[in-house]
Design a protein around this ligand. Sequence first.
Ligand SMILES: Nc1ncnc2c1ncn2[C@@H]1O[C@H](COP(=O)(O)OP(=O)(O)OP(=O)(O)O)[C@@H](O)[C@H]1O
Ligand SMILES: [Mg+2]
Length: 368
Amino acid sequence: MVNANDNRYVEVQGLVKWFGNDRAVDDISFSIPRGKFLTLLGPSGCGKTTTLMSIAGLHTIDAGSIRVGGVVYTSKAEGLFLPPEKRDIGMVFQSYAIWPHMTVAQNVAYPLEIRKVARAEIDERVAAVLRLVGLADMADKLATQLSGGQQQRTALARAIVSKPRLLLFDEPLSNLDLKLREQMRVELKRIQHEVGITSIYVTHDQAEALVMSDEIIVMSKGRIQQKGGPHQIYARPVNAYVSNFIGVANLLKGRVVEVTAPGRGAVEIEEGGRSIRLPCRLADGIGPGADAVVSIRPENVRARRENGDGRALEGEVIQAIFLGNCVDCRVRWGEYEWKVLAHPRDRLREGEKVYLRLDPEHTLAVLP
Ligand SMILES: Nc1ncnc2c1ncn2[C@@H]1O[C@H](COP(=O)(O)OP(=O)(O)OP(=O)(O)O)[C@@H](O)[C@H]1O
Ligand SMILES: [Mg+2]
């Protein structure tokens, strides 16, 4: 009987992993509620796979502890290490890792066979899970006769058929072409939601993370930069790194000159010898006088031909690329080049003078 608090179904505390003189994972802690889908997102080498392998028990760790569903997987302080085969984890990797000499059904049945589940039950569960992943018609095909997407569905079916305590995914879609990848993101999320198995997903693809996750952890150099829901990570990044890694942002250096209410105030930025004061939201940990970076998404900059109240920033359109539903613009403002997503009906043209207007709600002062 599992007695874990469901809000902390997975609990990683102070995890550290060294490789020689490199600290690949540098004191990270997080928890995942039961049934949720968490993504570790970050650039190559930031420690995503190392974290996953530590949870799977394929690496020993140098400090910290990992608990899942009330079971201690590893605890350095207590000297405990549960071997990987006892952790009850399903895994799906980039390489499909399915057995070529077996049929789809045989591949999927394998985890149940090693658990000595009765034949009739195996057949029933394999059929059900193949229906779930959309491979019911492929059961008797050899794994080698499948497309990349079908092979990855087979690997997923094999990972979930035994209803493991936890699912781990390491860039499972990165070998697929873009179209299939986009389709599989939605599909995989649907299947995970349906089976309700708590999942940790590793990717360096921010779009993938935004589409699939209940929560995202943005990592850099073995450390956690921010953890939050997709919307929160995108709309309320805590620092310039996260702001820049997720989506596109205009980033300008400044200083907090006023705090008007909790989380609200103004920053001053210098441009072309002038000081400009921008009302904004303040990220956590940003107080009066602090150096900050102002982060503004291109879709939150309004570009108009008129100055209105005279307080807009005057610039020149130096690029306007029509993309159908929007126009991707660059606007020169002193030394700075704004990225602006304009509406096609505004018909901005290269060489034109424009006035940029910023919304204080979508102007964020974040940590540098
Ligand atoms: N087995 C190993 N031996 C030595 N160093 C390793 C080993 N595995 C990983 N590292 C190092 O640890 C760091 C983190 O690697 P890791 O594989 O976790 O990164 P990652 O975030 O998964 O990157 P990618 O997106 O490229 O897969 C890197 O600097 C890497 O070189
Ligand atoms: Mg990796």
